[in-house]
Write a protein that binds this ligand. Sequence first.
Ligand code: ZN
Ligand code: ZN
Length: 45
Amino acid sequence: MPTCEICGEEVEDIYVCKICGYNFCINCGDPASEECEFCEEEDEI
Ligand SMILES: [Zn+2]
Ligand SMILES: [Zn+2]
């Protein structure tokens, strides 16, 4: 299974951040906008 690069968990569904390229799981970002939690925070400013 792929591994989330943010929390380190192995998950079935992985998403790729369109900004930084990190692989992230459902708990570590927004799959709808394809942004990891780090890039999501920057967007909210
Ligand atoms: Zn994660
Ligand atoms: Zn990101």
